[in-house]
Design a protein around this ligand. Structure first.
Ligand code: PLP
Length: 525
């Protein structure tokens, strides 16, 4: 299996090169040359597989044996998921007759990004060690640099801590990440982990990281690596739990199981993994549900066919865009200079969704006539054109035929802050009583609205992306007037006891200055 760029070009990379490169030189994202089909007997052969077995089975379809042997792959997967607290890794929990949540937050940082980043860290280490062994005298190292507003940083640090030949530098805006997230990052005291608390905003941190990657001399000298969600290995690792969830549900309800997945979405990584699972052959009776918060570029795309940063359509121009009955979404979320709205579900506060480009490629490809002998090349040109329009105008409109292809596999809903709060309340008061984090609440609220389009036999699985303790502000606000609710005793896991008091290691960066950050990195690696 090889990988190529969504923006075209003849270059084809191995899995190893794809994972170590991240972004293609032409700005595109890497996708596999074909989406592999499931083996004929997968339903019977895989039905009782553990998370680890399923990981090996699914990943093997995307990674050539010559690159990673099956036993090497199994070792990497076993090591990656040993850090999860739940024996099923990502258990399915029943909340209602046709409603289930897939809990993705049983990993070390209590959010779903652990599923991918635990594996990515082990892959990086495996590849570097092998390169250094094969090429005696070589001493290849990787310096991972990233900016975070909370979740990605902690999951990346836990994925890469204590890994040979890898240093990791995570920049966060000082005082602007939640206390739990800040503690999770800065209490990791392994020598290869460096937290930089930058006096500035998240955007300042991101600008510094971009400037470092753009500095070819610095990049070449330190061999910079990225862990953001465009890395192919992250998408791949996430396809596994769609299969696990499907089999769990099938065991619960029987062989004629009909399922719809609904996914709280920011950068379109988690849900894209579901699209790959579907294209491989995992049966999905309901369309994949894209659930966005007030940063709704994706929900708007599925309504209009326009992918645009600023909303140019009249507000709520179609019935299903209206706030659900009984809730008011009148509260205007505050918006920063770039146009990103600050919501109660901060890990989904984005302006554009970086992984959406991968879906655009498949849409473009399907819309090129099948008898075109350069179908792949044409799709790459079309995507490159769309992305360049996006870059210069902040928007692009796809042809109606392309939108129709997109609507065949997906539906989308936007959920405002008020609805997040009412959804948290209704699930706490529900039977079973269940406390959800604000991101999962976006998924649950969207799922409720989407269920009206489903036939009665379809069960919904909502991906639960974080433990509620990580987002105490939204959860406490939602439940503060509820009798008998106590955040400390009902929500906080005992594993968090003492976290805020633990020893920390963090470097203060007094101004958002690239040169200052460079000198800190040079001094530490
Ligand atoms: C990152 C994140 C998301 C969004 O995932 P994408 O892959 O970017 O769509 C949702 N919820 C939580 C808690 C996250 O950390």
């Amino acid at each position: 299996m090889k990988y190529f760029s969504t923006r075209g070009g003849p270059q084809e990379l191995s899995f190893e090169e794809t994972v170590l490169t991240g972004l293609a030189p032409n700005g595109g994202l890497y996708i596999p040359t074909t989406i592999p089909k499931l083996p004929q007997n997968w339903q019977s052969a895989w039905q009782n597989y553990s998370f680890v077995d399923l990981s090996v089975a699914v990943l093997s379809l995307y990674i050539s044996r010559e690159e990673i042997s099956e036993s090497e792959l199994r070792n990497l997967v076993v090591k990656s998921y040993a850090s999860f607290r739940h024996p099923e890794v990502t258990p399915l929990k029943k909340l209602g007759d046709k409603k289930y949540v897939l809990e993705l937050w049983h990993g070390p940082t209590w959010a779903f990004k652990d599923v991918a980043l635990q594996l990515l860290g082990n892959l990086f280490e495996f590849f570097l060690q092998r390169r250094n062994e094969q090429n005696s005298g070589a001493n290849e190292k990787l310096t991972v640099v990233g900016a975070t507003s909370g979740d990605t940083g902690s999951a990346a640090i836990y994925g890469l801590r204590n890994k040979a030949n890898i240093s990791i530098f995570i920049l966060h805006p000082k005082g602007r990440v939640s206390p739990i997230q800040e503690a999770q990052m800065t209490t990791v005291t392994d020598a290869n982990v460096h937290n930089l608390a930058v006096k500035g905003t998240f955007d300042d941190c991101q600008d510094i990281v971009k400037a470092l990657f753009a500095d070819s001399e610095f990049n070449a000298k330190h061999h910079l690596g990225a862990v953001n969600s465009i890395n192919w290995a992250r998408i791949l690792a996430q396809t596994v739990y769609y299969f696990l969830a499907y089999f769990s549900l099938r065991r619960a309800v029987g062989e004629d199981v009909q399922v719809q997945f609904v996914v709280p979405t920011g950068n379109f990584g988690d849900i894209l993994a579901g699209y790959y699972a579907k294209q491989m052959g995992l049966p999905m009776a309901g369309k994949l549900g894209v659930a966005t918060n007030a940063n709704d570029i994706l929900a708007r795309f599925w309504k209009t066919g326009r992918y645009e940063k600023a909303d140019s359509s009249p507000q709520y121009d179609t019935p299903s865009m209206q706030p659900a009955a009984g809730s008011s979404d009148g509260k205007q979320a505050t918006q920063d200079a770039s146009g990103v709205k600050e919501t109660l579900s901060p890990a989904m506060d984005i302006l554009v969704s970086s992984n959406f480009e991968r879906l655009l490629w498949y849409l473009a490809y399907e819309n090129v006539p099948a008898d075109d002998n350069d179908r792949r090349g044409k799709a790459g040109e079309i995507v490159a054109g769309w992305m360049s329009q996006m870059k210069s105008n902040g928007k692009v409109e796809v042809p109606t035929a392309v939108l129709e292809i997109a609507r065949r596999d997906f539906c989308a809903e936007r959920v405002g802050d008020e609805e997040i709060l009412t959804t948290i309340q209704s699930h706490f008061l529900g039977n079973p009583s269940y406390v959800v984090d604000p991101h999962t609440a976006v998924g649950l609220c969207a799922a409720k609205r989407l269920s009206q389009y489903n036939s009665l036999s379809v069960a919904q699985i909502i991906l639960s992306t974080a433990h509620p303790a990580k987002f105490s502000e939204a959860v406490s606000t939602a439940l503060k007037d509820t009798p008998n609710f106590n955040f400390e005793s009902e929500v906080m896991p005992r594993e968090f006891d003492g976290l805020l008091q633990k020893e920390r290691r963090v470097v203060d960066v007094e101004s958002a200055d690239v040169e200052l950050v460079k000198s800190i990195i040079e001094a530490k690696v």
